[in-house]
Design a protein around this ligand. Structure first.
Ligand code: UD1
Ligand code: CA
Length: 467
């Protein structure tokens, strides 16, 4: 029986931000979301989050993720004044009265923890029937962290906060990661006895650890896991570590990253083998890219569903899908539910918005297609624009199979154009067109040879030459 508690009441002063520290985003999730995610495989029976600074924001951000995940609901516990980590945990006393299991406590600012590490901590704790078991790391630069002293059997003797260490104690590179597993009934007895008798006048959770017996330590294998985020430099360092993890994972899974350093990939992105990601490409959100597709250089895909053998060149695709074998770009923008069929060509300087395109349909040059449904094998002439907005409302345009619009057509919605239609260049279409017709809607060309145009132009050219 394991319950978990996350300490997230602090302000995060060193972030110099209006946003509470634990809500800062990193690779598609906030810091505290990462922590919650690392806790999920543990199947905790309760999930408590201690909130304080701008707690309404933290509650709101987390409640939108709650539910439908098979996990117990988040329980928010208020710490009105931030008087230290021990004080934060004291707030749990009324909520966990009579609880007979173990309590895993961790800081809300350690986004890189692996679930396996937490499982190992809990396993050691339970196998040895410890009062508490704490996660430790041997790190090159231990400055700022509490130092952990233990005997040869990994039994804790003492934790000393950095500021209370003697110069000799500071030489110890084994640090307290701020991740603890407690037998709750033992911790609950100790908590009321904590004092703020130290140089920060704070109630230290580490003091509680020092009172308990026996306490064991578990070293993390990779110290990067326990990096806490206190400022924006550490946020960038952690993001870099996260990116290395994600990219190594995908390269091992058969994805080519031509230039990993100029590419970023969010955690929820899914890639199939033989996908090639070219330089300067960023994949975000719930994006899926199927085998054989080549993305980039210079592309951003956010919540994009990309089929097999698609190419995307210098383009932006958000909340949209592209089916097999379609070519996108250079310089295309697909957004807000643009759904493109297979074997299509979406070309240079084309925007698609809230539109559906059938298979083998081309929108190759300089077009805006918004709120439209296009059939299969449609060809949209260069510069064709759907006039979808009348200043008040958006209207739809429907175009049937095999229809070809001319260059520079304006299609004024609401509008339905049948299948097998040809529209003349430069036409402004305001009325529906039936299947199988030719439509021309423009002024007839007028030619007036008698006006002496040539002599005028020659005169102008001579003047120019004279300067
Ligand atoms: C703490 C540990 C230190 C350890 C380090 C690991 C103590 C006394 N020290 O130090 O041994 O090496 O973590 O990162 O615990 N918080 C609250 N309420 C408070 C104070 C803090 O919720 O009143 C939360 C913060 O939001 C943060 C976490 O507790 O998520 C840690 O607090 P912080 O002040 O950063 O502790 P450290 O000084 O880093
Ligand atoms: Ca910290």
């Amino acid at each position: 029986m394991v319950a978990v508690a996350i300490l997230a009441a602090g302000k995060g002063t060193r972030m110099k931000s209006d946003l509470p520290k634990v809500l800062h985003p990193m690779g598609g999730r906030s810091l505290i979301e990462w922590v919650l995610q690392s806790l999920a495989p543990i199947q905790p029976m309760r999930r408590l989050v201690i909130v304080g600074y701008r707690q309404a924001l933290v509650r709101e951000a987390l409640s939108s993720l709650d539910g439908n995940n098979g996990l117990p609901p988040l329980e928010f516990v208020e710490q009105t004044e931030q008087l230290g980590t021990g004080h934060a945990v004291q707030q749990l006393l009324p909520h966990l009265e009579g609880f007979q299991g173990d309590l895993l406590i961790l800081n809300g600012d350690v986004p890189l923890l692996r679930s396996e590490t937490l499982q190992r901590l809990i396993q050691t704790h339970q196998d040895h029937h410890n009062a508490a078991t704490i996660l430790t790391a041997q790190i090159p630069n231990p400055k700022g962290y509490g130092r952990v002293f233990c005997n040869g059997q990994n039994v804790l003797q003492q934790i000393v906060e950095d500021r209370d260490c003697t110069p000799a104690q500071k030489q110890n590179h084994r640090i307290n990661a701020g991740v603890y597993c407690f037998r709750w009934s033992d911790l609950a007895k100790i908590l009321p006895r904590l004092t703020a008798d130290n140089d920060q006048n704070e109630y230290y959770l580490t003091d509680a650890v020092n009172f308990l017996d026996p306490v064991m330590v578990v070293d993390v294998e990779d110290y990067q896991e326990i990096l806490g985020i206190n400022d924006r430099k550490q946020l960038a360092v952690a993001y870099d570590i996260l990116q290395t993890r994600i990219k190594n994972y995908w390269m091992t899974a058969g994805v080519t990253l031509i230039d990993p350093n100029s590419t970023t990939i969010d955690d929820r992105v899914q890639l199939e083998p033989d996908v090639v990601i070219e330089p300067q490409t960023h994949l975000r959100g719930e994006t899926l890219i199927k085998t054989g597709s080549r993305i980039g250089p210079g592309s951003l895909i956010e919540n994009g569903q990309i089929g097999r053998n698609v190419t995307v060149l210098y383009s932006v695709i958000t909340n949209s899908s592209v089916a097999d074998g379609t070519r996108v770009g250079p310089y295309a923008h697909l957004n807000r539910q643009a759904h493109v069929g297979s074997g299509c060509r979406i070309g240079n300087f084309v925007e698609l918005k809230n539109s559906t395109l059938g298979d083998k349909t081309n929108v190759a040059h300089l077009s805006y297609i918004g709120d439209a449904s296009l059939g299969s094998q449609v060809n949209i002439g260069g510069g064709t624009i759907t006039a979808n907005y009348d200043g008040v409302k958006k209207h739809r345009t429907n175009i049937g199979d095999r229809t070809k619009t001319g260059v520079n057509n304006s299609l004024v919605a609401p509008l339905t154009i049948g299948a097998d239609v040809i529209i003349g260049a430069g036409s402004t279409i305001t009325e529906d067109l039936p299947d199988d017709c030719l439509a021309i809607a423009r002024a007839r060309q007028v030619v007036k040879p008698e006006r002496g145009v040539q002599s005028k132009l020659k005169l102008m050219a001579e003047k120019k030459a004279d300067g």
